[in-house]
Design a protein around this ligand. Structure first.
Ligand code: GDP
Ligand code: MG
Length: 443
């Protein structure tokens, strides 16, 4: 999504590649280019200024890290600062102490409020077995209510609606009573939007806030609107005190400005990102992963450097021993997955493995974070005994795991099959039987 920005940042940083040592002048040139790249990507001006200053200070105070060339040193700092700028760590949804947790969706028309309410409701259903209710409080566009009702049917979540002739405040009040009656544990208020922030809208939203006392006011922002997105966020935050942001349409050709500015400007966390029109296209926002994505760090050395930092060596040695003895189990599997996820995109990581990068049969391996999350959900549904002894997992247990993880049974079967294949392959590799591995790799 950030092609332009990624390219500019990489080109700025590559200027340092052949330097034995980075002089002040080199750093100044690089930072000038980075500054231009960010401004062109619609990052807020004051945010850019702060970013550049902080990278400079860090670079000046940085001790030369062994084994890293000057480009990698700066890439590391830039990556860390980009991550910080977007909030450092993922922030979960606020939770009410007693049900229901009330989530109010606000934002301009077309930003993705209704769609995101549906996506989030589905996510909560799948991950927590939640029973959400969605309230149709956008009465200004008749199609908006139909849209929410259609979504509700699609994901099997009830929708409370009273048509377009009732005041939204009353709809919310009655909707909350309905939620109590249904014992819903999450309520989504799909509030109205406008093309621009205006006083009538803000007053209505402020009233709804007062009535519903939401645990979460999620501002939904279209990432493709660039600089406007930041201003919108500021406007809504000043007036309503938002609690979090959802950035939508990150699957589109966005320049990146919104992702990079909103947190700094509002001091409110980006919690989720929408990456497509399908109901499953919503992901938790991880600042570090987003920074890597923006920087496009497929770079081998960077990955190695991160890998060295992240992998707990002792654990790795233990796991290697288990692989050798063919006693690797699902607990180790999850540990490994954690380590891998800390390192960045799986595809990049796979490319580091000798033999994978140039093997045409393996070029198309796609293991995205979503898939990893699904696998994790399946493993987490296992009992400790099952994790330690995968052979226990018979067909009826598989059905239970599928239900527990909210994944189809074929996926559970496939994962266990892959796990067993991987286990046997690893054991062969660890015992020096690499001929077998080559056979499998080229199969
Ligand atoms: P609302 O007016 O804020 O409620 O916006 P909607 O939920 O109706 O969304 C407006 C349009 O944006 C719809 O066509 C959605 O399908 C689309 N949309 C929402 N989120 C995303 C996203 O993350 N990616 C893409 N590609 N489209 C999205
Ligand atoms: Mg809507």
């Amino acid at each position: 999504a950030f092609e332009g920005l990624t390219e500019r940042l990489q080109s700025a940083l590559s200027g340092l590649r052949r330097k034995g040592k980075v002089t002040d002048a080199d750093l100044r040139d690089t930072m000038r280019e980075i500054r231009m790249a960010l401004l062109e990507a619609d990052v807020d001006y004051t945010v850019v200024k702060k970013f550049v200053r902080e990278v400079r200070e860090k670079a000046a105070g940085q001790k030369v890290l062994e084994g890293l060339n000057p480009e990698q040193q700066i890439v590391k700092i830039v990556n860390e600062e980009l991550t910080m700028m977007m909030g450092d760590e993922a922030v979960p949804l606020n939770q009410s102490k007693k049900i229901p947790t009330i989530i109010m969706m606000v934002g301009l028309q077309g930003a993705g409020k209704t769609t995101t309410a549906g996506k989030l409701a589905l996510k909560l259903k799948q991950e927590q077995n939640a029973r959400p209710l969605m309230i149709a409080a956008d009465i200004y566009r008749p199609a908006a209510i139909d849209q929410l009702e259609t979504l509700g049917q699609q994901i099997d979540v009830p929708v409370f609606a009273m048509g377009t002739d009732v005041d939204p405040r009353e709809i919310v009040q009655k909707g909350l009573a309905k939620a109590d009656e249904l014992k819903a544990d999450y309520v989504f208020i799909d509030a109205a939007g406008r093309l621009q922030i205006d006083e009538a809208l803000m007053q209505e939203l402020a009233d709804i806030k007062k009535i519903a006392a939401p645990d979460e006011i999620l501002l939904v922002v279209d990432a493709m609107t660039g600089q406007n997105a930041t201003e919108t966020a500021q406007g809504f935050n000043d007036r309503l005190g938002i609690t979090g942001v959802v950035l939508t349409k990150l699957d589109g050709d966005t320049r990146g400005g919104a992702a990079l500015s909103i947190r700094e400007v509002t001091q409110k966390p980006i919690k989720f990102v929408g990456q497509g029109e399908k109901m499953t296209d919503l992901d938790v926002f991880y600042p570090e992963r987003m920074a890597s994505r923006i920087l496009g760090m497929g770079d081998l050395m960077t990955l190695i450097e991160k890998a060295q930092k992240d992998v707990d060596e002792k654990k790795a040695a233990e796991q290697a021993e288990k692989m050798r003895q063919n006693t690797f189990d699902f607990n180790d599997f999850i540990d490994q997955m954690d380590q891998v996820q800390n390192m960045g995109p799986m595809e990049d990581l796979l490319k580091m493995i000798p033999g994978v990068a140039n093997n045409p049969a393996l070029q198309n391996i796609q293991m995205d974070d979503k898939q990893m999350d699904h696998m994790r959900a399946i493993v987490l549904s296992m009992t400790p005994a099952e994790r330690e002894d995968p052979d226990l997992i018979n067909p009826s247990r598989r059905r239970r795991l599928a239900a527990g993880a909210g994944r189809p049974i074929v996926e559970v079967n496939r994962m266990i099959k892959q796990f067993n294949q991987m286990k046997s392959m690893m054991s062969k590799v660890m015992n020096g039987n690499t001929g077998q591995m080559e056979q499998m790799m080229s199969a």
